[in-house]
Design a protein around this ligand. Structure first.
Ligand code: NDP
Ligand code: 2IT
Length: 451
């Protein structure tokens, strides 16, 4: 960036911080995009005059509501629910629901902003949004989760619909929660319609949706490496998380010959130097999805090390897949990855690298780094395909959906290369994803005029 662009970025971010006080996660997500878009708009006066980036940074609306439910002891519980409807310039609002005690408006605004660019990259007609609650499903009975979901959807149902806003899963919202949410919606509106994605196959779900995000991260890694005449086969892989994204990321890596040596949860990580097998992974999925257990149990079951309270980024690897949560890799951990010879990072979680980590990784010329808005778009892509199947009142085969998923990720990689390749051939995947994601939304917003 030249001096003028630095000045423009600084004044842009000062305005964002002023208008959104006390929302550090949202500021971070906006800065990650603005640092590439501000220079990109230097020779595009129409976009600047029409304040397109400023308008993209302002949600269309934020809905906040009280959620009251009764626990198993008859006690009355109060939570806060949200839906951030960020931008529907290219399609209905589309994005997950996160149930986690760390949920705040700032976290959901970062996720909704990120979702706009991610959904645009898929090439599908999907706008961006995100919602959720500070409700913690951990340690709750199925009936308590059901009562919360029913109370949450009673309010949310007033604001969503198959052509308005289509939520899905995210942290803390899996098949169980989507089932309870969909059932309540159907009861309230008396229509069977595709208002949620990630549904079970029995009621309009799409094959591969559960696997889609994790598989897509690996497909993105595959394309990044192939662009440099390399592959995943035989590479040591460090994966964080042990939920939906992490477990299917690990599954696809193992199928492609990768050696997955870690999984984690919010209490710590396991290190299996021999590498997980598909059977061991099946055991983890059962542990997490059925018994709601902790990853520490894996260490006892298979006689491997467990590191309480730590992240897995100190374990030497060729390929790193952060699949847990935002800001899980900081500058020091990024330096450790590079010192240990890491070749590439593909982000499964949303915004898992801090600004310092991004700086460190970007400064390492040999390292390939795919941002979450590009690498983890497989989930929302298959959600979009679920919406298509619902509209057609059809259900495609596993092979058909996986073929579409593979093509969408290949297209996202190609867009990143088109807009992110420097004169020396180095591909800046962050720049490519930010510009490619911006373009389609910006064109639509210009076409609509001043609104
Ligand atoms: N589900 C989807 O379709 C998509 C999800 N994502 C993103 O992927 C990430 C994981 O989502 P998903 O797998 O669906 O969620 P899950 O709830 O299935 O799993 C989340 C995993 O991350 C761990 N985790 C959560 N918070 C923290 C934390 N603060 N510190 C350390 N570990 C943590 C959880 O551990 P614990 O069990 O201890 O809480 C769990 O292992 C999120 O960033 C999400 O936004 C991105 C695209 C699509
Ligand atoms: N949680 C998701 C999936 C959203 C969706 O499938 O609508 C994400 O892209 O972050």
């Amino acid at each position: 960036m030249n001096a003028q662009q630095v000045e423009d970025l600084t004044s842009f971010m000062e305005a964002v911080v002023r208008r959104n006080p006390g929302e550090p996660e949202f500021h971070q997500a906006v800065h990650e995009v603005a640092m590439d878009i501000i220079p990109y708009l230097a020779d595009k006066p129409l976009y600047r005059d029409m304040m397109v980036l400023e308008r993209m940074t302002e949600p269309d609306r934020i809905i906040s509501f009280r959620v009251v439910w009764q626990d198993d002891h008859g006690g009355v519980q109060v939570n806060r629910g949200y839906r951030v409807q960020q931008n529907n310039a290219i399609g209905p609002y589309k994005g997950g629901l996160r149930f986690h005690p760390t949920v705040t408006q700032s976290v959901l605004k970062f996720l909704a902003f990120e979702q706009v660019f991610k959904n645009s990259l898929t090439g599908l007609p999907l706008g961006g949004g995100k919602g959720g609650s500070d409700f913690d499903p951990k340690g709750k009975s199925d009936l308590e989760v059901m009562r919360f979901c029913q109370a949450f959807m009673t309010e949310l149902s007033k604001h969503v619909g198959p052509d308005t806003d289509v939520p899905a899963g995210d942290t803390g919202v899996g098949a169980r929660e989507v089932g309870y949410l969909f059932g309540q919606y159907k009861r309230l509106v008396n229509r069977f319609e595709g208002v949620l994605t990630g549904k079970a196959l029995e009621f309009g779900g799409s094959r591969i949706r559960a696997e889609a995000t994790g598989y897509g991260v690996v497909y993105m890694m595959q394309d990044m490496l192939a662009h440099h005449h390399e592959s995943i086969d035989g590479r040591t892989c460090v994966v964080s998380g042990s939920g939906n994204v992490a477990t299917y990321c690990a599954e696809k890596l193992i199928q492609l010959g990768g050696k997955v040596v870690t999984l984690s949860d919010s209490s710590g990580y396991i290190h299996d130097p021999e590498g997980l097998t598909l059977e061991k992974l099946q055991w983890v999925m059962e542990l997490k999805n059925k018994r709601r257990g902790r990853i520490e149990e894996y260490a006892r079951e298979y006689g491997v090390e467990y590191h309480a309270g730590e992240h897995p980024w100190g374990v030497p690897c060729d390929l790193a897949f952060p699949c847990a949560t935002q800001n899980e890799i900081d500058g020091a951990e990024a330096r450790t990855l590079i010192e240990n010879g890491c070749r590439a990072v593909a982000e499964g979680a949303n915004m898992p690298t801090t600004p310092d980590a991004i700086k460190v990784l970007r400064a390492s010329p040999g390292l390939l780094h795919a941002p979450s808005k590009a690498a983890n778009a497989g989930g929302v892509a298959v959600s979009g395909l679920e919406m298509s199947q619902n509209s057609l009142r059809m259900q495609w085969s596993r092979e058909e959906v996986d073929k579409h998923l593979r093509e969408i990720i290949a297209s996202i990689h190609a867009q990143c290369v088109e807009f992110g390749t420097a004169s020396d051939g180095h591909v800046d995947y962050f720049k490519g994803a930010n510009i490619a994601g911006f373009n389609k939304v910006a064109s639509a917003m210009l076409a609509y005029g001043v609104m």
